[in-house]
Design a protein around this ligand. Structure first.
Ligand code: 4NP
Length: 161
């Protein structure tokens, strides 16, 4: 993202997980839907701490769950977290403690982005992790969507002020 893109002062939020093919694309999809529904413009993106899936679309089970909930995430492509993200985004939201620790380990000393867990934004769920559905059954993706939809609703509420 260039400085030009930030001149509009829209809030910029990056969702972070390990592979960027399950939890963070679902979070991006839920947030895109929630912000669109609220009529609020925002810069939304997602990334992974790992590079195994770079360039890949979201896991087919994640795509299917998103579709069931009315969101199309099929055009998203995985990318890895990069240094610039700590300056381009206002808020980086990690799915779990490992993602958070891995991001902290590479965070530049002069980073401007706030870094926290996704569920820190949901009252009563602070400190909790979004369950990683990758190695589980298909219904795990439903639980993941429920989690990230709660995060998206909190983000919209914060943006409304
Ligand atoms: P994600 O899920 O971090 O939610 O995208 C995973 C995706 C891939 C792997 C692990 C978790 N993996 O080991 O390849």
């Amino acid at each position: 993202m260039t400085d030009d893109m930030r001149e509009d002062r829209q809030v910029a939020i990056l969702f972070l997980c390990l592979g960027n093919i399950c939890r963070s694309p679902l979070a991006e999809g839920a947030a895109r839907a929630a912000f669109a529904e609220a009529g609020i413009a925002a810069h939304l993106d997602s990334a992974g701490t790992g590079d195994w899936h770079v360039g890949h679309p979201p896991d087919l089970r994640a795509q299917a769950e998103a579709r069931r909930r009315g969101a199309d995430i099929s055009d998203l492509r995985a990318r890895q977290l990069r240094r610039r993200d700590f300056f381009d985004f206002d808020l980086i939201l990690a799915a779990d403690e490992t993602n958070l620790a891995d991001a902290l380990a590479i965070r530049p000393a002069d980073a401007t982005a706030e870094l926290k867990l996704m569920l820190d934004l949901v009252p009563g769920r602070e400190g909790e992790s979004v369950t990683d559905p990758y190695y589980g059954t298909d219904d795990g993706f439903g639980a993941t969507w429920d989690d990230v939809a709660a995060v998206a609703a909190s983000l919209v509420a914060r943006s409304r002020g």
